[in-house]
Design a binder for this molecule. Structure first.
Ligand SMILES: [Zn+2]
Ligand SMILES: [Zn+2]
Length: 270
């Protein structure tokens, strides 16, 4: 923080900072953090209650955020209702194998009449265009990343159509992809896959309508950048899986060796 304005104290300012830092290490950054906390108090991403600066959700909302744990489907990652037993292939993946190798998410996402903290936060990020919420969510995606033991060459975010990108101003999947790429030192390629036609919002559609809606909506721009690459496809929410399945299909067709999927949240409808 700068205590002086103007050129008169230009030479003095660094010396003062150095002197204070020598006396009380970290004191200036502590002061800065305290002032920022007073000016911009941290609020729960779900209910907006005041919380400690290092937290993301309040204690009440945290109880409703359910991280996905075993037993789950080895392919699509849907958790099973039983609390014990080994991971195995779910009925849906047995009947109709998805286009990707495996999909994993951090936590369950519940849409509906009762506001769920994680869905509140994601909607605030996407539809109210709250980037700071998005960055916090991306940080949670990094901390709770469930595919730690897998090796990837490339991260590809699910692209938005240019019209939607213009309206929102950012691609929420790219923000999440960049956070994971930065933490794992992996290249993120936001221009490899593109949405070549607009699609209607999936929220009101059935699973089969969603598949029809996204069919032929994606294309790989530069297949040579994808050849024999192990790809992590990133999106914000996995609902029916129609979008990521279509993307994975296109990526495989263009030469990818492996396509796995990570989404921050997983809708409970399946
Ligand atoms: Zn809360
Ligand atoms: Zn499955």
């Amino acid at each position: 923080m700068s205590f002086f304005i103007g050129t008169r104290h230009t030479n003095f300012r660094p010396r003062l900072g150095t002197a204070i830092r020598r006396i009380v290490p970290g004191s200036l950054s502590n002061v800065r953090a305290s002032v920022l906390a007073l000016l911009y108090p941290q609020r729960c991403l779900g209910c907006k209650a005041l919380i400690e600066p290092e937290e993301s959700f309040c204690t009440v909302c945290r109880k409703f955020i359910l991280p996905i744990e075993s037993p789950l489907c080895v392919c699509c990652g849907i958790p099973f209702a039983t609390a014990t037993g080994p991971d195995h292939l779910c009925g849906r993946c047995q009947a109709r194998p998805p286009g990707f190798r495996q999909a994993r998410s951090w936590a369950l996402y519940q849409s509906g009449d009762t506001p769920h903290p994680l869905s509140q936060a994601i909607q605030n990020f996407k539809y109210h265009r709250n980037l700071s919420v998005g960055k916090t969510l991306a940080g949670l995606g990094v901390v709770h990343f469930p595919l730690e033991d897998q090796a990837y060459d490339l991260i590809v975010p699910v692209p938005l159509h240019p019209d939607r990108l213009r309206w929102r101003g950012f691609n929420q999947s790219l923000i999440l992809a960049r956070a994971i790429g930065c933490a794992r030192q992996l290249k993120v390629d936001p221009f490899l896959l593109e949405r070549i036609r607009p699609t209607v919002p999936q929220t009101q559609l059935s699973a089969s309508e969603r598949r029809t809606n996204v069919r032929g909506a994606f294309a790989v721009v530069a297949p040579e950048r994808l050849k024999e690459k192990r790809v992590l496809l990133v999106d914000d929410v996995y609902t029916s899986g129609a979008t990521v399945e279509e993307c994975a299909k296109v990526l495989y067709r263009a030469g990818a060796e492996v396509v796995d999927v990570f989404t921050l949240a997983r809708a409970v409808t399946h």
